[in-house]
Design a protein around this ligand. Structure first.
Ligand code: ATP
Length: 299
């Protein structure tokens, strides 16, 4: 489990993270969203043990991360800006990884040549940006980590490679109970792969949700009435959004779907439809209600 408690970090007088709490469970994929400058990379560098926090606790399986080689030997960190030795080929870099990571698996490294079609004798720094990212995953996955910390991981990969990489990661989550924290600006990308989403805004996690809960808790309805919409109809706090066009009402509401439908039916609408709701819409309406300009935070 990856955990940060009351994590605070400033650069000079500028506080980037403040009393931040975050938990990534075993065998789970946590998506970290936030606008430019929110502090995602700063948070990630603490979780990867590269930065020392000013205050708070950062642990992996209850062990402090900073300056802890044992923890780092079980973790891969794929940064936004990759670093490789300037003279080394992929094979030579793999040899280096095999000495750093105690569970390094040469069979897996060989098998993954089917997935990453790059000549392993080539110098890594001479490869294209997207190919270097592929190498980072190739070596990272062959290291058999328990924890993966990924900063904008599929940026620069083509769509086919994105799918392949995600499928390898999710296979490790399912089969080896790997914990993954992944940052992105793209909610749609995270929606397909994460089970939890946290939104970082101005140095704090402002919302953290389990996706299945979220999807089953918020619903969108379209209602039509023969005459006027009944006075006070569904005007309670369960309604997150309401638009009325003539006698057609569009509602986004939180709660048990069947109970909401029962309440609506009692007003005798002539039309009552449940409409599909994207995760993006759920965030927009939920966080909009909390006073955040969410369109600018997550899109
Ligand atoms: N080493 C540093 N020294 C001073 N300020 C820093 C340092 N690293 C980050 N910051 C500042 O901290 C804030 C958060 O930066 P960070 O890179 O963590 O954001 P981010 O959410 O990853 O942004 P982006 O989505 O643009 O990558 C920014 O204002 C940045 O200028």
């Amino acid at each position: 489990m990856i955990e940060a408690q009351k994590l605070t970090k400033s650069f000079g007088n500028y506080k980037v993270l403040e009393d931040l709490n975050l938990k990534v469970k075993k065998a789970s994929v946590y998506g970290l969203l936030g606008p430019n400058g929110a502090g995602k990379t700063t948070l990630i560098k603490h979780l990867a043990g590269l930065y020392r926090q000013d205050q708070g606790i950062v642990t992996i399986d209850n062990q402090p991360v900073y300056e802890n080689p044992q923890v780092k030997g079980q973790m891969i960190y794929i940064a936004d800006d990759l670093y490789f030795f300037s003279q080394a080929s992929i094979d030579e870099t793999a040899k280096f990884y095999s000495k750093i990571y105690p569970d390094w698996n040469w069979d897996r490294y060989e098998q993954l040549k089917q997935v990453f079609p790059i000549d392993s004798k080539r110098r890594v720094v001479k490869l294209s940006k997207g190919m270097q990212k592929q190498v980072a995953f190739w070596l990272g996955i062959s290291s058999m980590p328990k924890v993966m910390i990924l900063d904008e991981p599929v940026d620069g990969l083509d769509p086919v490679m994105r799918k392949k990489v995600w499928s390898l990661i999710l296979q490790d989550v399912a089969e080896r109970q790997v914990s993954v924290l992944v940052s992105s600006h793209n909610l749609r990308e995270l929606e397909d792969v994460c089970d939890h989403i946290g939104i970082l805004h101005k140095g704090k996690i402002v919302v953290e949700r389990e996706l299945d809960d979220m999807k089953s808790d918020v619903h969108k309805f379209q209602l039509g009435f023969a005459g006027d919409i009944p006075e006070g109809f569904l005007a309670g706090p369960e309604v997150l959004h309401r638009t009325q066009t003539g006698s057609i009402l569009l509602l986004i509401a939180r709660g048990d779907k069947n109970e909401l439908l029962q309440t609506m039916k009692s007003a005798n609408p002539v039309i009552l439809d449940v409409l599909p709701l994207t995760l993006e819409e759920i965030f927009i309406y939920e966080l909009g209600g909390m006073g955040y300009d969410i369109q600018n935070i997550i899109i």
